[in-house]
Design a protein around this ligand. Structure first.
Ligand SMILES: Cc1ncc(COP(=O)(O)O)c(C=O)c1O
Length: 420
């Protein structure tokens, strides 16, 4: 259907083969990944493979939509029309396997902002909030920074569950331990990472139901951060917590965004679904209390264009990520088997078990930064349960993954020589 909205391309402009291996120089664009070395205490020749964005250009149709909007030259207060909502709902239905309702959607300037508002909306200072470490570190920060108490039901790690290629172990939820922590600490809120960053799990409906039933039994509201939902690898699928059934949906908040999927984190917009009207009113009130009102105009223009026209781009991106993953996994298995990759199920962030090196925190940091000349997120950033692990972002051209592998292999050889 032709659009009357000038910010909406009427037809897909993508479809051609996209070269995700094209090197794009991001230096000088004020990006965190390449322009924050000095501020973050890193040497300029450390290869940055840390922050969760991609060294990839967004879909051409989204660039075109943004260019049209920018060329208009006026950037007053803005609010998207109905086409935005339809694009978001249709995307979630096509790619994430469930159809939320229009009235459930609350727009926020980011998922972490939404997590913080959920903490403020549904808990009181001093209340316990549950997380499963090792987990994306802002979960801990938004709880602590709001004067609530972090309680943890750690994920269970079976180090021997790997295979030839994915030599790292497997993470699971120990449901009995999970319920014990809930009983002992009485959290009001559980922040679930679904799929899980950094361990890469795409939780199954059974696992989600298990956690959900414990939460329902004990009156715990679930905030399900589903920002990595679109990256489910072949053989895996995303299940939204809200899709488990009405009673689960009514007790949860689901956080989504185009920002990871389409690399638009700098445009700061996310879509939060709160099915229950009473919970939604509390959540919206917490957002209003921050003084936050309209979303970023360029953020919604880009989100809508990506969601309307980005299916093929995403399919091609995922093929590219599979190739990068195969390169990384095979190189490590062959040349640095001490570094054991945990099989990812739905993310481009790889979680590598380095415990076979026998290094303490400081030693592993020296291995990464001094020996391998890499800038990574160290496992302990995700909680003490992450000790001995590193996280590597492979959403970049193949050459960058090759260079990362070269550096890790060289550092591992040097480590071997030091062992004598
Ligand atoms: C699980 C998870 N949630 C949220 C975010 C960030 O979301 P936002 O930039 O919308 O605050 C990330 C980014 O890496 C993430 O991995």
């Amino acid at each position: 259907m032709a659009s009357e909205n000038p910010d909406r391309p009427a037809a897909a402009t993508d479809g051609a083969r996209i070269n995700f291996d094209e090197p794009i120089d991001r230096r000088g664009t004020e990006c965190l990944k390449y322009d924050a070395y000095a501020k973050r205490g890193h040497a300029a020749d450390d290869l940055p493979m840390w922050v969760a964005d991609m060294d990839e250009r967004i879909p051409a149709s989204a660039i075109e939509a943004l260019q049209r909007r920018v060329a208009h030259g006026v950037f007053g207060y803005s609010d998207p029309d109905e086409s935005y909502y339809e694009a978001v709902l249709a995307w979630v239905e096509r790619h994430q396997g469930w159809r939320p309702e229009r009235s459930w959607l609350v727009k926020t300037p980011g998922v972490v902002f939404a997590l913080a508002q959920a903490v403020r909306a549904f808990t009181e200072p001093g209340d316990a909030v549950l997380i499963q470490r090792p987990v994306y570190y802002p979960f801990t920060n938004v709880i602590r920074d709001n004067g609530r108490e972090v309680v943890c039901a750690p994920l269970a790690y079976d180090p021997g569950a790997g295979d030839e290629r994915f030599r790292g172990g497997r993470y699971a939820v120990d449901l009995q331990a999970f319920e014990r922590v809930v009983e002992q600490t009485s959290p009001r809120l559980f922040i679930l990472c679904n799929p899980h960053n950094p361990v890469g799990r795409a939780w199954t409906p059974e696992e989600l139901r298990g956690m959900g039933e414990v939460c329902l039994r004990h009156g715990v509201i679930v905030v399900s951060d589903e920002i990595h939902a679109d990256f489910a690898r072949p053989g895996f699928a995303h299940t939204s917590f809200a899709s488990l059934g009405d009673e689960f949906a009514r007790a949860c908040v689901v956080c989504t965004s185009a920002s990871k999927t389409f690399n638009i984190a700098g445009l700061q917009i996310s879509n939060i679904f709160v099915p229950d009207p009473a919970l939604r009113a509390r959540f919206e009130r917490a957002c209003a209390q921050t003084g936050y009102d309209e979303v970023n105009a360029l953020g919604f223009v880009a989100t809508r264009a990506c969601y309307e026209h980005g299916d093929d781009w995403l399919a091609q991106l995922k093929e590219h990520l599979e190739r990068n993953l195969a390169l990384f996994a095979d190189t490590l298995a062959r040349e640095a088997p001490e570094l054991r990759l945990v099989r990812p199920e739905s993310t481009y962030l790889l979680w590598v078990d380095c415990s076979a090196l026998g290094l303490d925190d400081e030693g592993l940091r020296a291995f990464v930064e001094r020996d391998a000349r890499l800038w990574l997120d160290m496992g302990t950033m995700f909680g003490p349960e992450g000790a001995g692990f590193i996280r590597v972002n492979i959403a970049c051209p193949r050459q960058t993954v090759e260079e990362t592998c070269r550096r890790l292999v060289a550092a591992t050889r040097a480590w071997r020589e030091r062992q004598g």
